[in-house]
Design a protein around this ligand. Structure first.
Ligand code: S3P
Length: 435
């Protein structure tokens, strides 16, 4: 459990944000199926990413950890070996969906399992299109645990029906080892780290925009060439610090080397609409990903009405955006949060329930979240229920900085799935978290 207390002197200074979680997963998966040696620096060593790393070690990939780097010795698209036991993926949806795709087109049997939360999340969204490619996957109710009978697949042309980078990426990974041209059409643009990294590893991947849809074509069986990767820092992890700074008087914060990939920087656009003072400086490219330095200052925030389109570029940020909205001058509405209900927890429900515990008036109508801010809040229940969801735990740790009574963040060890040093980093810039 973490206890989060009110702070009086603001959030100040500079904090080092760890490597991006999405890019870190891909920085293990893609080098592991490439030819040659890839050195990866600034990789996030959180539980989720370590599960991906141990999966590839179980499949015979040599991965060395040397100081702050990892070195991956890839031996090609078909070099993975049948794991001798099940692959356990903990809480990590990204590992699960990307690996289901990748392993469907390998030539061995594998078994994937996860924790209670991951075992209740829908895998049909990735299994259905893979089945169309001829994959053989066994599961009860399209959920983990699942058994994959890896085999030769057929290319398909498929419009992805859900806004999910995990599904898109799983399909692309399956297509890499499938003879012929596979086409995936995205109606809803989602984070494109897989496509960016694969292009730089020499994949035969072509991306076009037609009628506002993104068309991704992959000619399979082309071997990839190893490359070094420097993982930029994670915007989703930064968001907890950004909002803590924005809602606390006397705050000024600098965050450097943050990935601001346009397919997932909705949080910056949303906060700017709320009149947040965020200066984005020194934009540059790092491994074809855009990064920048951010200077943030305490701001008088206004409420905002966000449509469902915004959700696609900031789905992970609604827990912390809800905290920002709780301290704005006017109400906010966040629309179309359907996907938020099937994350590590039902985040829509948990945000609502925990806001009510903190005394914030809030409503959920259909899949829209309404937040009516106030000047002072009186807590009705100081126990924040996280259901082991890291982003709920970190968002309400930030909430505690502005409340008169301490908040108890239950099951806060879940923060280790994405941000092992959160507690220390937060306190280093003025936060008051007690373990
Ligand atoms: C991710 C995609 C998103 C996001 C998750 C990471 C990825 O999930 O919520 O935290 O790395 O591809 P969906 O694909 O389910 O939207």
């Amino acid at each position: 459990m973490l206890i989060s207390s009110k702070i009086y002197n603001g959030i100040n200074g500079e904090v080092e944000i760890p490597g991006d979680k999405s890019i870190s997963h891909r920085s293990i998966i893609i080098p592991s199926i490439s030819n040659g040696v890839s050195e990866v620096s600034n990789i996030l060593k959180s539980e989720d990413v370590l599960h991906t790393m141990s999966a590839f070690k179980q499949m015979g990939v040599k991965i060395e950890e040397v100081k702050d780097k990892i070195i991956i010795y890839g031996q090609g698209l078909n070099s993975l070996k049948e794991p001798s036991k099940e692959i356990y993926l903990g809480n990590s949806g990204t590992s699960a969906r990307l690996l289901i795709g990748l392993l469907s087109s390998q030539n061995f049997i594998s078994n994937l399992t996860g924790d209670i939360s991951l075992s209740s999340r829908p895998m049909g969204r990735i299994m259905d299109p893979l089945n169309l490619m001829g994959a053989k996957i066994d599961s009860v109710d399209n959920k983990l645990p699942i058994r994959i009978f890896g085999q030769k697949l057929n290319p398909i042309s498929y419009t992805v029906p859900v806004p999910s980078a995990q599904v898109k990426s799983g399909l692309i990974l399956a297509a890499l080892n499938t003879e012929g041209i596979s086409k995936f059409i995205e109606k809803d643009i989602t984070r494109d780290h897989t496509e960016i990294m694969l292009e730089s590893f020499g994949a035969n991947i072509d991306i076009k925009e037609e009628n506002k849809y993104k068309h991704i074509s992959i000619i399979g069986k082309k071997e990839l060439t190893a490359k070094n990767i420097n993982v930029p820092s994670d915007l989703s992890s930064s968001a907890f610090f950004i909002v803590a700074c924005l809602i606390n008087k006397n705050s000024k914060l600098t965050l450097k080397n943050i990935n601001i990939n346009p397919s997932r920087n909705g949080i910056l656009r949303a906060l700017k609409k709320m009149k947040a003072k965020i200066d984005i400086k020194n934009k540059r490219f790092l491994n074809n990903e855009i990064v920048a330095d951010l200077n943030i200052e305490y701001s008088k925030l206004e409420g905002v009405d966000l449509d469902k389109e915004m959700a696609k570029s900031m789905i992970d940020e609604y827990p912390i955006l809800s905290i920002a909205a709780s301290f704005a001058e006017t109400p906010s509405i966040f629309r179309g949060l359907t996907e938020l209900k099937i994350k590590e927890s039902n985040r829509l429900e948990l945000i609502y329930q925990n806001l009510i515990r903190c005394g914030v008036k809030s409503e959920v109508k259909d899949d829209d979240l309404y937040i009516y801010p106030n000047n002072e809040y009186s807590i009705t229940d100081s126990n924040i229920i996280t259901k082991f969801d890291h982003r709920i735990a970190m968002a309400f740790s930030v909430m505690g900085t502005r409340l008169n009574e301490n908040l108890k963040i239950l099951e806060s060890e879940c923060i280790n799935t994405s941000f092992p040093n959160f507690f220390k980093s937060f306190n280093s810039v003025g936060g008051k978290l007690i373990e």
